[in-house]
Design a protein around this ligand. Structure first.
Ligand SMILES: [Zn+2]
Length: 347
């Protein structure tokens, strides 16, 4: 009897998880239009008893509703890939200055740290934990301040450390890897791409990384390899998939101490002067933010420019970011489910 109850409970739990996890991705605007189109008009008179069978759920309607025609006044569809659509333009006066992209990841779990980030007097790139809740307002404010956004996707490390909920691990089926990635991407808005949280094991796995890269490609997103392992093939797989990509150059706060962080910031500056650009990843620790608050004005005075990570990735990949919206009325008529069929970035 107890065994039966367990079987039933597990089966129900599984079905519920599927219901949550299996939603296909749709462009939010398309979803909204489809749902709006599916909403019944207010009835002028009591409905007769023999009306069509009521639809089980609005979700089902949204999936089968035909795309509505484009009407005058409706917002046209922006043809640029998401990484360009949501890229934050660099501040004027960039010229030939060496540039540093500061990426702060693991953001979205401790709210007080997030506030301090917005005080930094330079554009930084903020990577919000894929599974973090209630970050919408913060994300909007960060973008309004001039910060660029990434989604931080937990991936399996070597060893026993816990990468967190919905982590991508090499033992998962391809479907489950995709489901977990989509679940996280669908919870956020306005981001240019992802970088990996942990992931020394997963980013070394070609099959798993190909699934990730193909999904990013379909969504027009970029990949920043946090490079938590020398064996990571994340950047190579992303390149092969044709998406904008680069690897982290410097970790700022693997050792948390004012002197250690200052030394890593100096290393990032040297790297930027030698190579033209540097990508430095840190975390929202009070000590890291304090070190950045000291470093940023001094480095600016020495001729360093701070830029969103998309600027560095575009430079390294020889791409030009189109900051002006481009509209396509045909695309706006529907079909915008994924941006995979969009033209590749110019340049
Ligand atoms: Zn992380």
């Amino acid at each position: 009897m107890a065994a039966w109850a367990t079987v039933v409970a597990v089966a129900v739990g599984f079905l519920l998880m599927r219901a949550v996890d299996d939603g296909p991705w749709r462009h939010p605007a398309v979803e909204q239009r489809a749902v709006a189109a599916a909403e019944p008009a207010p009835a002028a008179a009591p409905a007769p008893r023999t009306t069509v069978k009521p639809v089980d759920s609005p979700r089902e309607v949204a999936m089968v509703a035909p795309p509505p025609p484009v009407t005058a006044g409706e917002a046209p569809y922006d043809m640029r890939p998401a990484w360009q659509r949501f890229a934050v333009p660099p501040l004027p006066g960039l010229g030939k200055k060496p540039v540093i992209a500061i990426v702060i990841d693991d953001v979205g779990l401790a709210k007080h740290e997030m506030e301090d980030l917005l005080e930094l007097d330079a554009p930084v790139t903020i990577s919000i934990m894929g599974y973090a809740d209630g970050t919408e307002e913060f994300a909007k404010r960060a973008r309004a301040k001039g910060d660029e956004l990434l989604v931080h996707i937990p991936m399996e490390p070597q060893g026993n450390a816990d990468p967190g909920p919905k982590a991508l691990t090499v033992g998962l089926s391809p479907t489950e890897i995709l489901n977990r990635l989509r679940w996280q991407l669908d919870r956020h808005e306005g981001f240019v791409g992802i970088n990996n949280h942990m992931g020394s094991r997963f980013t070394s796995d070609a099959a798993g990384m190909k699934i990730v890269a193909d999904e990013l490609k379909a969504r027009g997103l970029l990949f920043l390899d946090s490079r938590t392992a020398a064996t990571s093939i994340g950047e190579d797989v992303a390149k092969a998939a044709g998406i904008p990509t680069a690897s982290r150059d410097v970790f700022l706060d693997n050792e948390i101490g004012a002197n250690a962080i200052d030394a890593q910031l100096a290393l990032a500056e040297r790297h930027a002067r030698d190579k033209g650009s540097a990508i430095a990843i840190g975390h929202p620790h009070a000590m890291t933010i304090e070190a950045l608050a000291r470093f940023i004005p001094q480095a600016k005075a020495r001729g360093i420019a701070f830029v969103p990570v998309s600027v560095v990735i575009a430079r390294r990949d020889g791409l030009t970011i189109d900051y002006e919206p481009r509209y396509d009325a045909v695309s706006a008529a529907g079909s915008g489910k994924r941006s995979g069929s969009l033209p590749p970035p110019r340049g």
